[in-house]
Design a binder for this molecule. Sequence first.
Ligand code: 13P
Ligand code: SF4
Length: 365
Amino acid sequence: MFDVPLPFDAFNALSDPDAQARIAAARAQLGRRAVILCHHYQRADVFKHADLTGDSLKLSRLASQSDAEVIVFCGVHFMAEVADILSRPEQIAILPDLAAGCSMADMANLAKVERCWRELATVLNPDEQVTPVTYINSAADLKAFCGAHGGIVCTSSNAPKILEWSFARRDKVLFFPDQHLGRWSGYKMGIPMERMVIWNPDLELGGLTPQQIRAAKIILWHGYCSVHQMFNPGQIARFREKYPAGKVISHPECNFEVCAQSDAVGSTETIIRVVKESAPGTRWLVGTELNLVERLAGEVKPEGKVVQFMADTICMCSTMQRIDPQHLAWTLENLAAGNVVNRIMVPQHEARLAKIALERMLATS
Ligand code: 13P
Ligand code: SF4
């Protein structure tokens, strides 16, 4: 056992084949003590080491059910936080590279959401009239805010159900940080577009008038995913012109026009399932992150299905991409040597409140 963690520098210089070999050796040593959870956007050279894979909802369930001493989360920061909150206190959640954040999650923070809540209180009584709903792509303190204010967490696969839960309790929803998921889910519920307004956190009263706030059903935070904003309706139109029988599927983080012009919209897990269940020979245009699309294309190719990426440029989740074989080897070798590196620990008082909002979600999904 080492007293001090093995430094990352020596691992950074590893060739890819060497990193792969060291991951395999460390895993053999760790056995069932560690479980590797991978999000679908994870790069192929890391994804191949996954014990379990999924979208955000499935991964949060898997983390809450795992018996492993250590959960190594190959995803982004908020996912490892959720694993820490939902696992038992003695379990350890690890994010192999702490720089693997989510730029959308960073678009809302507690100070700004609390200011929004205070400003809403000048127009209405938010604790009686507004359910705060945070997309799981958010920091733990925002989930705690929702737990403390009668709110809830949602993911891309359960957002409509979560909105139903919310409207059964209060008249309005404050939805953060992803405006697109909120708008699409509200639209699918039949909420008129003019009753979904944008809250710009950099403007007084979100840039809205008191009348607009009183008339709104959903107040959408001005946040978005930099990967999914690369897709546009022109790409769909060109595909349809070339392949009239082709099908289009998108993630609900895409903008409204892209979702509206797709044949199906769903979470990463849904996209994979729908494409796999489609008839042999189907051609798909897929609007989500490139690692997932390339993997899916390879998996369904033997059935004669063609899977095409929606954008003309490469758009990967650059933060998730930071979890590379070198960081995974470093993390696992340290664990095998008895050293815990990059542990994600949510402070207890925050975790308790965030867990309330997450458990409301799990019970509703
Ligand atoms: P899913 O829950 O659909 O996997 O989405 C996670 C995510 O961050 C998509 O950008
Ligand atoms: Fe965040 Fe977008 Fe990456 Fe998803 S794809 S983790 S929303 S930056």
